[in-house]
Each structure stands twice: as structure tokens, then as C-alpha cells.
Design a protein around this ligand. Structure first.
Ligand code: HEM
Ligand SMILES: *[C@@H]1O[C@H](CO)[C@@H](O)[C@H](O)[C@H]1NC(C)=O
Ligand SMILES: *[C@@H]1O[C@H](CO)[C@@H](O)[C@H](O)[C@H]1NC(C)=O
Length: 325
């Protein structure tokens, strides 16, 4: 092999070690210091107003951010609406029924930012979604944290791009770990982020095989099983949704892990974090230590926010978050 090839091979290998995932050295906390220095207070104001109108903004916004980042990166492509010629991400059946209040939260926050003349069309929808997510978590009792900024909005959004990118509620630990690893996230990050299921709702269809299957899932707490069956009777209206955290459904807290210890995780993908002895120690630590959970959660959210970030020619700042410029 010639020297040139060897050097090429070595530098390729080195760059894969340094940048194994599409990351974003450009992101920084004060990205808008010279263009829209008050962006954080503008977003927080709009999000707080929305929160006072409906709690649903909390889970809806958090889940929107997660889905956005896992499908084509954190680029607000999930917010784009379908047109007659393009079926967008949000209309893939796997959008897992994203609640409209998450979209509305971002649209309202964007309007608040753009109402300030110096900020108009300067802040990306992707960054507004990242800030709004931090704000709804803090408003519901979770940790507050500094958000890295500087993402651009993506230039494509197709329903087919969603396929295989989102986890299923039936996943076991290996399946969860491999999907999160594909996004540069560790098992620890995955367990921390799963605590988002400490707020919000699930449709009964997602658990029918756990509670009515043959056999019934033996990892469901017997008392909880009775409660789930009464809230989700057979042939229930498919629009009916139940709390994912039966104990503190409106607080973003570490109750999620305490529930898992009682076999009260809602999905297989939740309960498996305690059932599998490889992840159980982490669940047990965070069930008993709120500070340790919160710091792991902040680390994981920051990493989630770096997934597939668009810069340069790969993105722009959308004037309307739901429509390409
Ligand atoms: C670990 C694998 C995960 C699986 C299998 C999963 C699956 C699901 C499913 C099936 C629902 C219910 C959807 C419905 O019936 O409408 C749901 C809801 C939700 N998920 Fe996840 N999820 C996972 C991880 C995450 C992560 C990492 C986050 C955020 C950091 C998240 C945030 C949420 C929120 C907030 C809701 C409630 C949505 C609402 O009330 O509108 N999930 N998830
Ligand atoms: C999610 O997908 C379903 C089925 O394709 C669609 O009917 C629904 O409107 C979508 N939800 C949102 C919020 O776009
Ligand atoms: C089931 O939940 C109850 C509390 O609702 C708890 O006392 C009990 O220990 C749980 N059972 C198991 C097997 O974890």
C-alpha cells in the first residue's frame, strides 16, 4: 500500500474515532448573544402562557423534541406540515399520535420571538423547540439546564424517513440500546431519558397485549393490572388515553423509577429497565437519589440535542416552522 493510501486510511480511522456520530461542535449556549440576546426570556414567556392554558403542552413538547432528534436529527423537520405533494414526518403512522399542543407551543414561541424586530427570522425552529422543551420540563418540576443553541432547520421531512427510527413500546433492552446507540446515546442516557414517561399519556392500544394477552405479561403488578384493565376495558374507544405515571402524572420526577421497582412501568420498554439485571442497578440508584437522576438526565438531554444537527448549506431558518421557506 502506498504511503498516501496509508495516510488517508489513518486519517479516516482517526476522524471516525473523534466523530463517530454526526455531532455539532458549533452549538453553544450564547449563540444568539449578538442577534437575539433575549431569546430565552421570549420563549419562556410564550411557553409559560401555554402551560397556564393546558398541562398537555408539557408531555407533548418533550415528546416532539425526542421524535424530532431521532428522525433526521434535531432540525424541526417533525413540525413541517404535509402538502398535496409531500407527506411529512408528522403524518407517518409511527408519529405515535403526537399531541397537537406540542406543535402549537413551538408556533406560539416562534411568534413571540419574531414579534421582537431584532429577533425576526434569526432564531431557528429547532432551537426554539430545544428551549421550549427545557422550559416545560422545569415548569413541571424537573431540572432546569443550559441549552446549547445554533441548530438550523432541516430542508426535508418525509413520512418514510420515520420508519425504523423510533423505539417501540414492546422493545427489550438490546433493542432499546441499539437504537439509542445509533444516536450516540449510551444505556445510561437511555434510562435517564425514559423518565420522560413520568409525565403524559398513552393510548390504551399500546398496552392491550400486556394486560389482555395470552399470557398476560407476568411483569405487571397485579394491583396495577386491575387498575389498567378498568381504565382500558377491551374494545375501548381508541381515543382514550391514560396517565403514564399513575402516582405523580403531572410532575417531572424520579417517581418513574420507583414505579418500575413496584412493577408499575406502563410499557414493556419501561418495565424491562428494572427486569433486566444489566439496567436494574441504574434504576435502583435513581429511584433513591433524585439529584443523581437529574444530573444524568441533563447530560442525556444535552447529548440528545446534538443529534444530527444541521449547519451551513444543510439547513436554514424557517420563517414558518410548519412550512419550508
Ligand atoms: C425508550 C423508548 C421509548 C419508547 C418505546 C416510547 C414509546 C412511547 C409510547 C408508545 C408513548 C404513548 C403514545 C400514545 O399512545 O399516544 C409514549 C409517550 C411519550 N413519550 Fe415515549 N418512548 C420512549 C422514549 C421516550 C423518550 C426518550 C422521551 C423523551 C425524552 C419520551 C417522551 C414521551 C412523552 C413525554 C410521552 C407522552 C406524550 C403525550 O402525553 O402527549 N419517550 N412514548
Ligand atoms: C399522526 O399520524 C396519523 C396517522 O397517519 C394521523 O392521522 C395524525 O393526524 C398524525 N398526527 C399528527 C399530530 O400529525
Ligand atoms: C404492587 O404495588 C403495590 C402498591 O400499589 C405494592 O405494595 C406491591 O409491593 C407491588 N407488588 C410488587 C410485586 O412489586
Amino acid at each position: 500500500m502506498g504511503n498516501f493510501n496509508l495516510v488517508l486510511l489513518l486519517s479516516l480511522a482517526l476522524s471516525f474515532c473523534l466523530f463517530p456520530f454526526p455531532t455539532s461542535a458549533q452549538l453553544k449556549q450564547n449563540f444568539y448573544a449578538n442577534t437575539c440576546s433575549n431569546v430565552e426570556s421570549l420563549v419562556r414567556g410564550a411557553v409559560t402562557k401555554k402551560f397556564q392554558q393546558t398541562f398537555v403542552t408539557v408531555p407533548a413538547t418533550i415528546r416532539l423534541f425526542f421524535h424530532d432528534c431521532f428522525v433526521q436529527g434535531c432540525d424541526a423537520s417533525v413540525i413541517v406540515a404535509s402538502t398535496s405533494s409531500n407527506t411529512a414526518e408528522k403524518d407517518n403512522p409511527d408519529n405515535l399520535s403526537l399531541a397537537g399542543d406540542g406543535f402549537d407551543t413551538v408556533i406560539k414561541a416562534k411568534a413571540a420571538v419574531d414579534a421582537d424586530p431584532k429577533c425576526r427570522n434569526k432564531v431557528s425552529c429547532a432551537d426554539i423547540l430545544a428551549l421550549a422543551t427545557r422550559d416545560v420540563i422545569a415548569l413541571s418540576g424537573g431540572p432546569s439546564y443550559a441549552v446549547e443553541l445554533g441548530r438550523l432547520d432541516g430542508l426535508s421531512s418525509t413520512a418514510s424517513s420515520v420508519n425504523g427510527k423510533l423505539p417501540k413500546e414492546t422493545f427489550n433492552l438490546n433493542q432499546l440500546n441499539s437504537l439509542f446507540a445509533a444516536n450516540g446515546l449510551t444505556q445510561t442516557d437511555m434510562i435517564a431519558l425514559s423518565a420522560a414517561h413520568s409525565v403524559g399519556f398513552s393510548h390504551c392500544s399500546k398496552i392491550s397485549s400486556r394486560i389482555y394477552g395470552n399470557p398476560v405479561d407476568p411483569t405487571v403488578n397485579k394491583t396495577y393490572l386491575g387498575q389498567l384493565r378498568s381504565m382500558c376495558p377491551k374494545n375501548v374507544d381508541p381515543r382514550i388515553a391514560i396517565n403514564m405515571d399513575p402516582n405523580t402524572p403531572r410532575t417531572f420526577d424520579n417517581m418513574y423509577y420507583k414505579n418500575l421497582q413496584q412493577k408499575m412501568g406502563l410499557f414493556t420498554s419501561d418495565q424491562v429497565l428494572w427486569e433486566d439485571t444489566r439496567s436494574r442497578p441504574t434504576v435502583n440508584i435513581w429511584a433513591g437519589n433524585k439529584q443523581a437522576f437529574q444530573s444524568a438526565f441533563i447530560t442525556a438531554m444535552t447529548k440528545l440535542g446534538r443529534v444530527g444537527v444541521k449547519t451551513g448549506r444543510n439547513g436554514n431558518i424557517r420563517r414558518n416552522c410548519a412550512v419550508f421557506n
